[in-house]
Ligand binder design. Structure first.
Ligand code: GLU
Length: 259
């Protein structure tokens, strides 16, 4: 079955801890995604990494906390990000298109419709949309805030069959596996429980904003709209094939079928 798939790539998957590009990882990912497109699936990428890569390119010592430096880093990093995607997807004959959104764009009916129309047209034209938050103009009041939530809003809005979130862990665990060795992977979630929310805590790494809490928010949005969401480890891009073939991989949050 041909699927419309939104794939979210986090900063921790794209970059080393230095903020510099993880070349081997990104090359592998672009190859798998190109192949998935060649097989007839529709691919929409939601990619973080603008701020992380800006930090690397500007030689800043850490992720900035003040808004102007964050936005400046995003402006530099977004360029670099698209340059890399353009170059790597081009090698496999795919054309990328950049879409930058704010929370306002998705809340406003007309702007939302314009976004959806453009995205559908890009897919008809065979292009590969790459979406990120428009960090240079997003401030707290209008931002979505994190790309896990952004990717879920996009997946719901374009009626995707699947949202695949690539991150730096194998999926959702019964406890934090970095602290508790008895933690086990939960492979299927039909309902998000208060225990899961309590266990998710804060999150993210030095360069990223996510963590499990934002992924559960994203899962909630998808499940309510009837879209499946899967968390898999971005270290193994080949897992994307398993997900599309319906094989077990990571954690699958099952979309409600009774909508
Ligand atoms: N838009 C941010 C960036 O590109 C990332 C937000 C997130 O990682 O959730 O750096």
């Amino acid at each position: 079955m041909k699927m419309r798939t939104v794939i979210k790539i986090g900063t921790s998957t794209l970059t080393h801890a230095t903020g510099r590009l993880n070349i081997r990882r990104v090359e592998e990912l672009c190859k798998v995604l190109s192949d998935v497109k060649n097989a007839g699936h529709e691919v929409i990428l939601v990619s973080s990494g603008a701020i992380g890569m800006g930090v690397g390119k500007l030689n800043l010592s850490s992720r900035p906390s003040d808004m102007p430096t964050k936005q400046a880093a995003a402006a530099v990093g977004q360029c670099e990000l698209m340059y890399v995607y353009d170059k790597l997807f081009q090698e496999h004959n795919h054309t990328v298109a950049q879409i930058l959104l704010t929370g306002e764009d998705l809340r406003d009916e007309d702007r939302h419709a314009n976004f959806a129309n453009t995205l559908n047209r890009l897919l008809q034209l065979g292009a590969l949309p790459v979406i990120n938050e428009n960090d240079t103009v997003s401030t707290d009041e209008i931002s979505v805030g994190d790309n896990d939530t952004l990717s879920a809003l996009v997946a719901v809005s374009v009626k995707a069959d699947l949202l695949i979130i690539l991150t730096d862990i194998d999926g959702l665990y019964t406890a934090d596996p970095r602290k508790d060795p008895s933690a086990s992977l939960i492979s299927v979630v039909e309902e998000i429980t208060p225990e899961m929310l309590a266990g998710a805590g804060g999150g993210g790494t030095a360069l990223s904003t996510g963590g499990m809490a934002t992924k559960l928010t994203a899962a909630g949005l998808c499940m309510k709209a009837g879209t499946d969401m899967i968390i898999v480890n971005g270290e193994k891009p080949g897992l994307i094939y398993d997900v599309l073939e319906g094989k077990p991989a990571g954690t699958r949050f099952v979309g409600r079928k009774d909508r």
